[in-house]
Design a protein. Structure first.
Length: 238
């Protein structure tokens, strides 16, 4: 397991969807910060099983480690269904997943991460938290432009200016493959954390949380399941 840092940082707000990446980020934040709160977003997502997974994962992590339990603070869920209804995407409507005319997959929800970060930063002001932690990654991702490091840098600068306070966006997975994300999970909490995230996080775009594979629940065919399965295979291969 990763040794705790010599000096803990004060507080962090984790953008916590209930998926594999955000669950790993929550464990990372609980290792590095003295107080950790979580924020989730209901934007009318088709894979709403991830919202149900959030509380299972929070309780599971608290049960795994009494130090994490002491550091884990409040959870917040924000209703963004109005935003989700703005554009028709495969993430919010029962439509086939395919590549759109602009070259991006139609699972891309324009502005989603930007709205998430603005909302989280605003909550952070009220909660006295200036560090946001997100699972954005540009190594294994679906081509989403709002997952890139340049986007995170620009958002941190804009939020700092707009709120007149320092806003830090931490992205522990930015340079990691999905296999590396599983390895980080192992380093953070060993087999018990790996099994918790494998069994209880949700990634499947088609909302299948009934079919259990070696890598977790999912339909096994959507892009999220494919990426997760390949990552698990790479992790298990060593």
């Amino acid at each position: 397991m990763i040794d705790p840092p010599a000096a803990l940082r004060d507080a962090a707000l984790v953008l916590f969807s209930g998926g594999q990446d955000s669950a790993t980020c929550l464990a990372w934040a609980l290792t590095h910060f003295a107080r950790v709160e979580t924020i989730g977003f209901d934007y009318g997502q088709r894979h709403h099983a991830e919202l149900a997974a959030r509380q299972v994962l929070r309780k599971g992590m608290a049960a795994l480690n009494p130090i994490w339990a002491a550091r884990l603070g409040d959870d917040h869920v924000v209703d963004l269904t109005g935003f989700g209804a703005i554009g028709a995407t495969a993430m919010t409507e029962a439509t086939a997943i395919e590549t759109a005319a602009n070259g991006l997959p139609n699972t891309f929800v324009p502005g989603r991460n930007l709205i998430f970060l603005v909302t989280a930063a605003a909550l952070g002001v009220r909660r006295g938290i200036g560090v946001l932690v997100g699972g954005m990654c540009e190594t294994d991702f679906s081509g989403y432009p709002d997952c890139r490091q340049t986007t995170m840098d620009a958002m941190a600068a804009a939020l700092g200016l707009g709120l007149d306070r320092s806003v830090v966006i931490e992205t522990p997975l930015m340079r990691r493959s999905k296999a590396d994300t599983w390895r980080l999970t192992d380093q953070l909490g060993g087999d018990r954390l790996v099994d918790l995230i494998r069994r209880h996080s949700h990634s499947c775009y088609l909302n299948d949380h009934h079919t259990l594979h070696e890598w977790g629940y999912g339909c096994g065919s959507c892009p999220a399941c494919d990426l997760r399965a390949k990552g698990w295979a790479g992790y298990r291969a060593g």
